[in-house]
Design a protein around this ligand. Structure first.
Ligand code: HEC
Length: 115
């Protein structure tokens, strides 16, 4: 039953229209907060994104749901890595929320630096 609910929620997310017309990280983050919190130590379906820029990928303390690929990841979240990841997260992870516009990715990366 729980799995069903999660699947339904994920389907909704996949069909959300683009929430922001102008690139604004806080607004764009609405696409992410179902799975991510910005509070240190508060993991949801995805790891906490508190202070994620400059941190090693796949290493948020207490987050147990990393895919094998993320568990084995050996790189730091630089602006460039985040940009590539948000453009096509499926390439390296089980995460599906992508930001297809370059300006949205830039806004998100700047936003995350403040959190
Ligand atoms: C449906 C749930 C879900 C949504 C929505 C989602 N994520 Fe994720 N995210 C995850 C999961 C799960 C992982 C771990 C990926 C893995 O292990 O393959 C992850 C990983 C990440 C990471 C890497 C964290 C680390 O510890 O290395 C970043 C950065 C990230 N997400 C940002 C975002 C942003 C920005 C958005 C919104 C545009 C978003 N996510 C939307 C589930 C989600």
């Amino acid at each position: 039953m729980k799995t069903l609910k999660i699947a339904a929620a994920m389907a909704c997310i996949a069909f959300l229209p683009n929430l922001a017309s102008a690139a604004d990280g806080a607004t764009l983050f609405k696409k992410c907060k179902f799975c991510h919190s910005l509070e240190a130590g508060k993991n949801k379906m995805g790891p906490s994104l508190h202070n994620i820029t400059g941190k090693p990928a796949g290493k948020v303390a207490g987050f147990k749901r990393y895919s094998d690929r993320f568990k084995a990841a050996d790189f730091i979240w630089t602006d460039k890595n985040l940009d590539e990841f948000f453009q096509n997260p499926k390439k390296i992870s089980k995460m599906t929320a992508r930001l297809s516009k370059a300006e949205d990715r830039a806004a998100m990366i700047e936003f995350l630096k403040t959190k």
